[in-house]
Design a protein around this ligand. Structure first.
Ligand code: ATP
Ligand code: MG
Ligand code: MG
Ligand code: MG
Length: 470
């Protein structure tokens, strides 16, 4: 018997509900209370104003499974996808929260009860970190969990001290790690091999006990709070006896779909591409379900980057027609019950993906050919000229990170400064050559639109036509 991802989500939420936590639905990925944030990237984001006291709710404890995207900004795991067994661009964060209600001792009690009793993880497979000055947390882990001293690791870096921003609530954190065993490369947190997949961080507890002031002072919060986040995909992997998120029931189903539409086999050399596609399918579908559309600026551009990157991986698997849109049905089967917006939006999500696939497939293979030609003589450690990366962007619709992703395995870098310069030069040139109507207001509007849409929609289209490809 294997506990499914859907069962694990329920089990977590049920436990905290039965301990007087209000069950709160996931907030949308597009943040409603934070203009500085691209996408919600942790469970606490929707509660920010509750933690600071700006907003009052009629409960002081909550639990949620929050949709998260980490594909840009401060938390960017895009480059990790396909390379680690534990990072996604889209994932679900399970959390329990106390708004000035219980604090450190009860938070550790709940967490220990959850992992050890409810999920049944053995003590000798678990270890925790605490902030180096947080003796209180160290002693509580010893007392509550009975962990030996060498399993409570003191960490002095900012990894174990959380801050909401330059000012506001902050405090030490404690992370719970699962040891998947020495057949997997990696070492314990704080050590030289911590980037491996052997010791995997499953849960992060934040003890908000101070307030950071603009003048640098740090004072005690009158009513400290708790914020925790557990990666659903990671705990599912643990409970299903694998160190690899992509071996869980949900991802296996998605990967089977990818293999199917690309006529490839699980286990052949295309595994990495299949993983990227399965991962990106989730983030693109959830974003589209909220009305985010691929475009050349802001959130829409993050979405476009995710989509086009997935599409390149589909062509690596031999697909030369739109296939990713055909996977939406399997995602809805896996996640539609927990997230009805997916079921409701199914047709629209599919259509949006298909359109973007058709649009990009027109230039993708030409662009890849050019990339091939331009890097033919380059060996590991070399750098691709920024001007070439810009041409790929400008004429063939290659987001910079797609080019970087394509060259990464060969150890070739892209000259990002050169890319930025080429971009700036093109914008300056366009302004200089603009004779326009002499009407300053309409010129300003034109340039605003051109900047937003990017050159792809303008010059790229003409180039395509000149080449007789459309
Ligand atoms: P890591 O050090 O492994 O990158 P993190 O410390 O950045 O994780 P947190 O910000 O503490 O992660 O998020 C809380 C929890 O969410 C983590 O303990 C982990 O279980 C999960 N998590 C974080 N990032 C990802 C991701 N990109 N994909 C899947 N799960 C994630
Ligand atoms: Mg991280
Ligand atoms: Mg971490
Ligand atoms: Mg963490």
């Amino acid at each position: 018997f294997m506990t499914s991802v859907n069962d694990i989500r329920s089990k977590f939420l049920d436990y905290f509900q039965s301990h007087d936590h209000e069950l709160v639905d996931s907030a949308p990925l597009v943040p409603r209370n934070d203009p500085t944030l691209m996408f919600v990237n942790s469970g606490m984001v929707p509660f920010k104003n509750v933690f600071t006291g700006v907003e009052k709710r009629d409960y002081s404890r909550a639990t949620s499974a929050q949709k998260c995207v980490r594909a840009g900004g401060k938390h960017n795991d895009l480059d990790n996808v396909g390379f680690t067994a534990r990072h996604h661009t889209f994932f679900e964060m399970l959390g329990n929260f106390s708004f000035g209600d219980y604090f450190k001792e009860q938070a550790i009690e709940h967490a220990w009860h959850m992992v050890h009793k409810e999920f049944g993880l053995p003590k000798d497979k678990l270890l925790v970190t605490v902030y180096h000055e947080d003796d209180e947390a160290f002693d509580l882990w010893k007392k509550i969990a009975g962990l030996s001293d060498d399993r409570i690791i003191r960490i002095a870096t900012s990894d174990n001290f959380w801050m909401m921003g330059d000012t506001g609530p902050c405090g030490p954190s404690s992370e719970i790690f699962f040891d998947h065993g020495d057949h997997i490369w990696g070492g314990p947190p704080g050590g030289p091999e911590e980037d491996g997949d052997r010791f995997i961080e499953i849960w992060n507890l934040v003890f908000m006990q101070y307030e950071q002031h603009a003048n640098g002072d740090r004072t005690d919060l009158p009513r400290p709070s708790i914020d925790t986040g557990m990666g659903l995909e990671r705990i599912a992997a643990v409970l299903q006896g694998t160190h690899d998120n992509y071996q869980t029931d949900m991802f296996k189903a998605l990967l089977a779909g990818v293999a199917d539409v690309t006529n490839t086999d699980i286990g052949d050399k295309g595994d990495q591409s299949r993983r990227v596609i399965a991962d990106h399918l989730r983030s693109m579908s959830f974003l589209i379900s909220e009305g985010v559309l691929p475009s050349n600026e802001g959130r829409g551009y993050v979405l476009r980057r995710i989509m086009r990157r997935a599409m390149r991986h589909a062509t690596l698997l031999g697909a030369n027609e739109p296939v990713i849109n055909k996977l939406v049905g399997s995602l809805v089967r896996e996640m539609g019950q927990a997230y009805p917006e997916l079921s409701r939006g199914e047709a629209m999500i599919k259509e949006t993906i298909k359109l973007e696939e058709e649009r990009f497939l027109k230039t993708l293979s030409r662009g890849l050919q050019i990339l091939e030609d331009e890097t033919e003589g380059l060996s590991e450690g070399a750098t691709l000229e920024g001007a070439t990366a810009f041409k790929l962007y400008d004429t063939y619709g290659f987001p910079l990170d797609l080019t970087q992703d394509a060259l990464r395995q060969r150890g070739i870098d892209v000259d990002q400064k050169g890319f930025d310069e080429a971009m700036a030069a093109q914008k300056a040139e366009a302004r200089k050559n603009w004779s326009g109507s002499g009407d300053a207001a309409s010129e300003a509007i034109w340039f605003k639109i051109a900047d937003q849409k990017g050159a792809t929609e303008f010059l790229g289209y003409e180039t395509e036509k000149a080449d007789g490809e459309v």
